[in-house]
Design a protein around this ligand. Sequence first.
Ligand SMILES: [Zn+2]
Length: 262
Amino acid sequence: MTALKGLYLYKDRPSPALSIEEVVAGLESLGLHTEYRGDFLRFLGLGEDELHSLAARIAAIRVGDIESLLDRPTEPEKVDVEREAAGMSGDEPHTDAFYDGNWLQRIYFATLSPRAASEPLCETAHLVFTGRLIGTFETRRYHARVIIGGMPALLSTSGVVEAPARPREYYFMKAKFAQSGRDTAELERAFEGRFLTYDDPKITSAMKSYALQAVFFQAAGREFCPESGCCLFNSHWQEEVLRKQVDGVLCAQCRKVLEEFT
Ligand SMILES: [Zn+2]
């Protein structure tokens, strides 16, 4: 295990419900010296041509068919490139596409590494909080993900809403509602508080735990902890996210590991 020499946070148009300042305060309170660098693209300081080329590369990794692996970037539609480029100049959260997370990480790494050249990448952690919905291909299809550990780590505020499953009864009732043509807003109200929504302020506490997962991945080579009360638990259900990532804390064992690399 190597001591972590730097922890850098960026935002990439995440949900407005996320307060990165609060995430920073939470990480600092655990002894992790954290630097928030603001908007990822502004930090990169790309020129107009570079931004357009980045927009084209990102448009090329949109997942069109969730059942087929994007083993290489596609030739992007012009309209998607324009949409990416237009989005880059604003602050509106990303909402309209699904991206291959591994490719997005490679693209962000290639763009970030020349600009962070003085920071030894193996001894630092860079975390990008994104509003993009990202996924990875697992055996037969793409699955949405909250976090993709690595350099930089991607943490998705759309993923925390979409990836962990809602209660089983919710899907059962949703199918019933669809059959009978009822408005699902009623259903959302009935299950309120049992899953995170896009504007949920609890996203901030959840993301603090996912940020720790990203830091552990980088510094200790593992992002998850099997301890059921630990905030590094690998949650598959929304109700687990609420109990472990939103309300949970690091277990005693993980606290010890944290002390070793801070
Ligand atoms: Zn733990």
